[in-house]
Design a protein around this ligand. Structure first.
Ligand SMILES: [Zn+2]
Length: 232
């Protein structure tokens, strides 16, 4: 980790953000397209299909935002609690904390004397920062932003969901299910390849994985739609 250059660290951050965006958009495309294909397969008219797609977009974006907000908030809470406990321990038993830090550096390969020296200097400079970074693996300034994460998650979902919805809007009533299914599969290949590039994985494998699950989701919802459509 410490060998990464400045630009590589930025690249790692960018990749992490891109992967989250691709996953969010993927959720949006698959869940909304499946909904549209399923409702169309039930024999519903175009207005019903569009309303269902729109409801799916809003409901999906809101649930992604809520889920992201809750998970990032609880992560933030846990980080804050860890930091508060660490601050207390540093006040109550600084000697033991110094030993702990020395042990961490020694375990990383420094010889005992050097590990002690480093711990003493870093503790004098910023004890909480050193323990947060090297013991807890978190930065002492909690960086997670739940609201931002929730908004990004909802936005990427909505961007993905707009694709099948727009296609449904522009397609003649009788062909909505088929055209949405085909364009969605094409969009998933592109997204899968993008996600694979972001993650440094093979393009074909990334695209195939997303394509398989997207196709499966649409096939199952179309089957359900057909069953209920016949029953109605
Ligand atoms: Zn500690």
């Amino acid at each position: 980790m410490s060998r990464l250059t400045h630009s590589e660290i930025h690249m790692v951050h960018r990749i992490g953000w891109l992967r989250a965006a691709v996953l969010g958009a993927n959720d949006g495309i698959v869940s909304t397209a499946s909904l549209v294909v399923g409702v169309a397969a039930a024999g519903s008219g175009k207005p019903e299909v569009i309303v269902a797609g729109l409801a799916g977009l809003v409901a999906g974006a809101m649930s992604m935002a809520a889920g992201e907000y809750v998970s990032v908030s609880s992560q933030t809470d846990a980080e804050r609690a860890d930091l508060a406990r660490e601050r207390r321990e540093l006040t109550e038993d600084p000697e033991a904390e110094l030993d702990e830090l020395t042990a961490i550096y020694a375990a990383r390969g420094l010889d005992e004397d050097l590990a002690r020296q480093v711990s003493v200097q870093l503790t004098e400079r910023d004890a909480l920062g050193a323990h947060a970074r090297d013991e807890l693996g978190i930065s002492e300034t909690v960086t997670a932003r739940p609201v931002q994460a929730a908004l990004v998650s909802a936005a990427t979902f909505a961007i993905g969901a707009v694709v099948p919805l727009l296609v449904a809007l522009l397609t003649p009533a009788g062909a909505v299910g088929t055209v949405v299914a085909i364009t969605t599969l094409v969009a998933l290949v592109v997204l899968g390849a993008l996600g694979a590039t972001a993650g440094g994985a093979g393009l074909a494998r990334g695209a195939a994985r997303v394509l398989f699950w997207g196709a499966l989701a649409m096939a199952i919802t179309a089957a359900v739609g057909m069953i209920f459509g016949v029953a109605a």
